[in-house]
Each structure stands twice: as structure tokens, then as C-alpha cells.
Design a protein around this ligand. Sequence first.
Ligand SMILES: [Zn+2]
Length: 243
Amino acid sequence: MQWIYLSPHFDDVALSCGGLLWEQARSGHAVQVWTVCGGAPAEGGDLSEFAQALHRRWGTGAEAVESRRAEDIASCLRMGASWRHFNLLDCIYRQAPGGEHLYASEQAIFGELHPADLPTIQAVHRELVAAPLDAVLVCPLALGGHVDHKLTRQAAEMLGRPLWYYPDYPYVLRQAEPIPAWEREMWQARVFPVSQPGLDAWGEAVAAHASQISTFWIDAEAMRAAIKEYWGEIRGVRLWVRT
Ligand SMILES: [Zn+2]
């Protein structure tokens, strides 16, 4: 069977389901990670203060996307997955036709989608049409409300085909329930077991995104401990499907 996981950013699938991809690849499934915001901003282009501050924290400088693509390839290789990087820009780089930065603060990236971003949803949708109909498509629930996660889910849902959903880790930890109680009866969860070697691969796949560890943890060791704790709850990865 073919599984295609949609990752809004380079690290989301590794973080949320890394061990599951490893198990599936090992069982002979063809597993792919399609990263939606995989495009690089124009060289010498106008970056917001916010984007420049992120580059400093990541320790990547202006070639951030190039480094993150290389990190993703190493991560996918560890999981046994193949990869595809769409050419769309991360929200921190997107600008309105007049030059205005659409998301120039931490608050903005977890806020509402900017009206000037509607063509971005269409562009993601056009890329997703290429997904073979016999592949299982897995998209983020968009927990945490990051604009790039929301637009990935919206573009996938526009396909009008069955989808599986993964809880966005670590954002899922801040939610009491990944599916709101009122909507719960429309959803079913399935736990996919992940073994100890799968957990090891999961931690290493996330560690491959070295520039991103500081977003959530003080170091890679703290990240591994956190992933192990998350895994330990069900010794697997839970995916959701709408009934
Ligand atoms: Zn993300």
C-alpha cells in the first residue's frame, strides 16, 4: 500500500508520526512525505524582522530553506520514506502583492488565515491533485492552529476524497482532546503500534531536523525524552478518520 503524509513544514510528519512511517516502510509499504512549505524565498528578498529572528535562532542564516531541505532528506531516509518538497513559501516569508508580510509575528502565525493567502490554499490544492487515488492520504488535524497547518488541511479537504488525520505533535499536548467533544461521534481513532526500534527511528528522524529542536526543547536529549513519553501512552501513533 502507498501512504502519503502531508507535512505543512519540514518537521511536522517526523514529529507527529515518525515511528509509524518507519514501521510502515519496514513492512513493505511505500511511504512518502510531502512537505507543503518547502519553497525558498528569493535571494536577497525582503524578510520580516520576525523571519530574520527565527533564522538567527535556527542558526541557519538566509539559506534556512536549503538547510531544512537537507535535514528533511536525512530524516526521511531514517524513516525509510521518500520525500517531495512543494515550492510554496512558509508563512513567515509570504507577502501580499503590495509587499506586506502576511504573518510577521508569533501571534499572527497562530491566528486567522490572511485573506491574501487564499491563492496559497488553491496552489497547495493543485499540488495535491497529483496524489494517486489508490494512495492513503494522511493530513494534519491542525491542532495548535498554525496557519500553514490549517491551509494544508483545507487544501486536502478540497480534494473531496477520504483522508486520514494525524494529531500535530507537540501541539496535541496542549489540547484536552484532539477532536472536540461535540464532533467526536463523527470520528474514529485507530492506534498503529510502534516498536522500540520504531521509537528509536522516530527520535533520530526528529533529531535530523537539528535547526528546529530549539523551537520546542532545550536540546535533542529533552526532545527524545518527550517523544518517548508521548509514545509510551499508547506505544504507537493514533490516526483519525471521519466516519
Ligand atoms: Zn509545522
